[in-house]
Design a protein around this ligand. Structure first.
Ligand code: PMP
Length: 397
């Protein structure tokens, strides 16, 4: 009855069977490389405790009241300044919309730009949460092959030449989820050129850019854009903590008011008290120092995981060595299936996410994603040893 009355778009949205399997990874004896969580040991709990009291004492009435959809202006000022310093943009608060996590920025962008049947290009593979958010708007996904330098621009051009309703391109150029790879400057420049030529809107999703373990930052797509066609999605989830749900969208001043209209309909505004707390934190403490701490811990975990993979993986397994972010990506021999491997791994109390879920059009079942941010080095070593053992047994069958 009621269930026959769902909108057509609900047919496209299916809970992945992987989610069900991954529920099993919550048992404490399982060493799970499946999540994408920051390490809660690094959350600045004491500082936030002091800030929470201060905000309520000094601005309790405002902090608990409704506020504007755009977001708390002093916070937007700080975000614009921070972006201009670290990402080479030239924004003011008017270019910043505070969102409930960057996930909401993805959803609002999909709603603002995608009509049913429009084509959205994405990296192959891409972030599952974005694929799900866009899918609700009924687009066609065109996956563009990627390598260790970023998206294959030659193939993108060919695809664009044969695609009727090309509209959006969604990319994660820094320490991508799921692969951990970053784009070179040349690929970024070429993408901007193509977007200008084919009149595409670019969504640059950047939750991991500041978690760089080595090397120099590469200019953001938004800093290379001269036509206002890049929406940049930022978040405090990985540099601070995800529970406050504080993210932002930075865009040309012609785009922000449209997103504001949509956000009004979605949730009126981001949490006032979260915004006030974050703003007071940024006022009182140095987020840069906090990021240095996080980076030191994750770099060691990355190193530990890479050493363990070199030691434990069969020679034909290929893996990425990420220079930042939370993830690495494995490619097994083409005939192997990571979903089958996961089922076997769960018997040995180790888990990961099979890579097939990150391809909107399916396939690539011989790939998998590993997270190293949320676990001690001892558990990384033990977990990769277990994974290696199960993989060797599976391959020998
Ligand atoms: N984009 C990417 C690529 C992500 O990996 C994530 C979170 N895992 C998000 C967006 C959403 O993060 P949040 O909403 O917490 O900012």
């Amino acid at each position: 009855m009621a269930f026959s009355r769902f909108a057509k778009r609900m047919d496209q949205l299916k809970a992945s069977e992987i989610r069900e399997i991954l529920k099993l990874t919550e048992r404490p004896e399982v060493i799970s490389f499946a999540g994408g969580l920051p390490d809660p040991e690094l959350f600045p709990i004491r500082e936030l405790q002091l800030i929470a009291v201060k905000v309520l004492e000094e601005h309790g009435k405002e902090a608990l009241q409704y506020a504007t959809t755009e977001g708390y202006r002093p916070l937007r000022d700080k975000i614009a300044l921070r972006m201009n310093r670290t990402l080479g943009t030239a924004w003011t608060a008017d270019n910043i919309l505070i969102t409930s996590g960057s996930q909401q920025g993805i959803d609002l962008a999909g709603k603002a730009f995608l009509d049913e049947g429009d084509v959205i290009f994405c990296e192959s593979p891409s972030y599952l949460g974005a694929i799900q958010a866009f899918r609700a708007y009924g687009p066609e996904f065109v996956e563009v092959p990627t390598d260790h330098e970023g998206m294959d621009i030659v193939q993108l051009r060919e695809l664009l030449q044969t695609t009727q309703r090309a509209k959006l391109i969604y990319v994660i150029p820094d320490f991508q989820n799921p692969t951990g790879r970053s784009w070179t400057l040349a690929r970024r420049q070429e993408l901007i050129k193509l977007a200008n030529e084919f009149d595409l809107v670019i969504i640059e999703d950047n939750p991991y850019g500041e978690l760089r373990f080595e090397g120099e930052p590469i200019p953001s797509l938004q800093s290379l854009d001269t036509e206002g066609r890049v929406l940049h999605l930022g978040t405090f989830s990985k540099t601070f903590c995800p529970g406050l749900r504080m993210g932002w969208t930075a865009a040309d001043s012609a785009i922000i008011p449209k997103l504001v209209l949509l956000k009004q309909g979605a949730d009126l505004q981001a949490s006032t008290i979260s915004q006030r707390q974050l703003d007071a934190y940024l006022e009182t403490y140095d987020l840069g120092e906090q990021i240095v701490k996080i980076v030191e811990v994750y770099r060691k975990r990355r190193d530990t995981m890479m050493e363990a993979l070199r030691r434990e993986m069969p020679a034909d397994v290929r893996f990425n060595i990420p220079s930042g972010g939370l993830f690495t990506w494995l490619e097994l021999a083409p005939e192997l299936n990571a979903r089958d491997l996961l089922v076997r791994c769960l018997d040995h109390n180790v888990a990961f996410v099979p890579g097939g879920s990150f391809y909107p059009n399916g396939g690539h079942e011989n790939t998998l994603r590993l997270n190293y941010s949320n676990m001690t080095e001892e558990r990384i070593i033990e977990g990769i040893a277990r994974l290696g053992k199960v993989l060797r047994e599976y391959t020998a069958e």
